[in-house]
Design a protein around this ligand. Structure first.
Ligand code: HSE
Length: 439
């Protein structure tokens, strides 16, 4: 059988890794796929044709990605440029030209996936995106196929390696946030715009995709609540440890009676949970299904070859199913397009219920604690743990740290506003949500 021809868009970290893995493992890959897979056309900027990247020696090289999507000999277009545009236009053109698409682009799928999948469905081509979430971890396949028997109850994931690397270094070495971020950028883990990593946008892209696959809802990136890690201090990290928790930048999506929670924020997790011990640039996704219970998926969330591992798996999948009847393929978002739920709204954050970590600076004088506990008590918020530190010499305020039981976010917002209005409280209260993630 003729080999399948791949057109690569992007020859950067992931594109280079993909070409390399496809050529290095070509024999084994063709034994798995049932036919050869070769890169025949590749687009990248600043490529020296006299010195082609590994795995592209037999490919046409160009700086113009449109040449690749319009090449009649290309069967599968692999989009590894990233970002919203021109990736969206290139992918839609490839689909219009009848080509199957593989992409690692989480931003593209989270934002424009509904449009792209509708176009692909109409044209009878596949769009595969395993590498878009958690790099080398096959979490899309797990949700779409391995867990297909389950009613998924919740997912909690560490799905941004840069953020996890920063929090781990802050905890282990007491390093400053900005210093660790610079190292993550130098190591090539961070997004082109690193605020996407530290403010949770990258994780929100990935969580949006996971929620659709888990619950059969359309991709709704705009509805995802997002809070970053840039305001976490070394003191917060230390207080959390003292209380028996680790701070992780978690993406959480949960099915409730009234809708779907979709949120990315720093979260305290009991330190003995496996996921609390996922450190450095590694990713992990914890999925709770009604039949299987909790399952945990762990691995590299970024990097050339780990991401290429998922991209190449998608290329093999597409190759295997090239001859399958298009109406009987695994659906893009796990549920059949005509069976998506439209009565499961994504809940506003004010409706979400979690436990809380609160840290505030309070005047060291009688009655302050009574005022705080009265406000919390009036709001039906129960305190689980409490730490008061001594004030450093010359400082009149003391740090107070509280852990509360579960409460609706709207109730907590109101209580925080009242506590912040007390004369005895200085500045703003730092709040983080707590997840127990117990089965
Ligand atoms: N910037 C991302 C991360 C890369 O740090 O996880 C992989 O999506």
């Amino acid at each position: 059988m003729n080999p399948v021809n791949v057109g690569l868009l992007g020859l950067g970290t992931v594109g280079g890794g993909t070409a390399l893995v496809l050529s290095r493992n070509a024999d084994e890959i063709s034994r798995r796929a049932g036919r050869g897979i070769q890169v025949t056309h590749a687009a990248g900027l600043g490529i020296d044709p006299a010195n082609p990247p590994a795995g592209t020696a037999n490919a046409r090289l160009t700086a113009d990605a449109w040449e690749v999507v319009n090449d009649p000999n290309v069967d599968i277009v692999v989009e590894l440029i990233g970002g919203y545009s021109p990736a969206r236009e290139l992918v839609l053109k490839a689909i219009e030209n009848g080509k199957h698409v593989v992409t690692a682009n989480k931003a593209l799928i989270a934002r424009h996936g509904n449009e792209i999948f509708a176009a692909a469905q109409a044209k009878g081509v596949m769009v595969a995106f395993e590498a878009a979430v958690a790099g080398g971890i096959p979490i899309i396949k797990a949700l779409r196929e391995g867990l297909a028997a389950n009613r998924i109850q919740w997912i909690a994931g560490i799905i941004n390696g840069t953020g996890n690397f920063i929090l781990t270094e802050m905890r282990d070495k007491g390093r400053e946030f900005s210093d660790v971020l610079a190292e993550a950028q130098a190591l090539g883990y961070a997004e082109a715009d690193p605020t996407f990593d530290v403010e949770g946008i990258d994780a929100a892209h990935k969580l949006t995709i996971l929620a659709s696959l888990a619950f059969g809802i359309e991709l709704q990136f705009e509805a995802c609540f997002t809070e970053g890690i840039s305001k976490i201090t070394r003191e917060d990290v230390a207080y959390a440890e003292e209380l028996g928790y680790r701070i992780k930048h978690l993406g959480v999506t949960r099915r409730t009676a009234t809708g779907i929670e979709l949120r990315v924020h720093p979260t305290l997790i009991p330190h003995r949970r496996l996921i609390a011990n996922v450190d450095g640039v590694m990713n992990a996704v914890l999925v709770k299904g009604d039949a299987v219970g909790p399952t945990l998926y762990y691995g590299a969330g970024a990097g050339a070859e780990p991401t290429a591992s998922s991209v190449v798996a998608d290329i093999i999948d597409v190759t295997r199913t090239l001859t399958t009847d298009p109406t009987n393929r695994v659906p893009h978002l796990a549920f059949q397009p005509n069976a998506m739920s439209h009565d499961l709204p994504v809940l506003p954050m004010s409706e979400v219920e979690t436990a809380y970590y609160l840290r505030m600076a309070a005047a060291d004088k009688p009655g302050v604690l009574a005022d705080i506990t009265r406000i919390l008590g009036d709001a039906q918020i129960s305190i689980e743990a409490f730490i008061q530190k001594e004030s450093p010499d010359g400082v009149t305020c003391v740090p107070l740290v509280l852990l509360t039981h579960k409460v609706r976010e709207a109730q907590m917002d109101a209580a925080i506003a009242k506590i912040e209005a007390l004369d005895s409280i200085e500045g703003h209260i730092t709040r983080m949500r707590v997840e127990y993630l117990d089965a």
